[in-house]
Design a protein around this ligand. Sequence first.
Ligand code: CA
Length: 225
Amino acid sequence: MKILVIEDEKALAGLIEQTLQKSGYGVTLAGSVAEAREKLAQPFEAIISDRRLPDGDGLDLVAELRAANNATPVLMLTAMGLPQERVKGLDAGADDYLPKPFSLYELQARLRALLRRSGGPQGVKLASGNVTLDTLHGTVQVDGKTVPMGKRELSLLTELMRRAGQVVSKDVLEHGAPSGGRNALEVALHRLRKNLADHGADIEIATVRGVGYWIVDENAAPAAQ
Ligand code: CA
């Protein structure tokens, strides 16, 4: 479960990071709107964002995401706890609003509620061609039959299926993977392609040289479980 935390107060950002990591979340920190935009090249299950950032308002970033059809749930943190500010935040597309100062317990409870509403912990069923992937149980099926799959291949397939029909960059696919360089990625992809082909999958993982990989399936669409 990957969470992007956008907060420029380093001490607070560190505290949130530690707390969430202890609860088993993967945390990526961004200290500015620009940095957050960069990090958002990869998908997150949720975003926790401060409003007053050195280069802008966290709320503008939320509006930007929503305009781009990015529905990642957002919890806004801010010292601006006035009711009209809260309404403004929700109007801009934030899913919840937590005024500072807040307790870390409350932050975690709000995050859990947010993920529950967005279907996070219940998992998502992804489908491409005759392949389905259950993100909660980490299972892959071809035509309804389970395909055994290593952890690395499963995480690659998840990233690719989440963005079926789009080219996914090597950097995104390598994110969070054990180090081993480009070659390790290619080896894992080779195994994944073979595994899928051996089990009769009708999707193909195509290479865009020097850029990344993508799943060729025109009918691909994520479906909620
Ligand atoms: Ca701030």
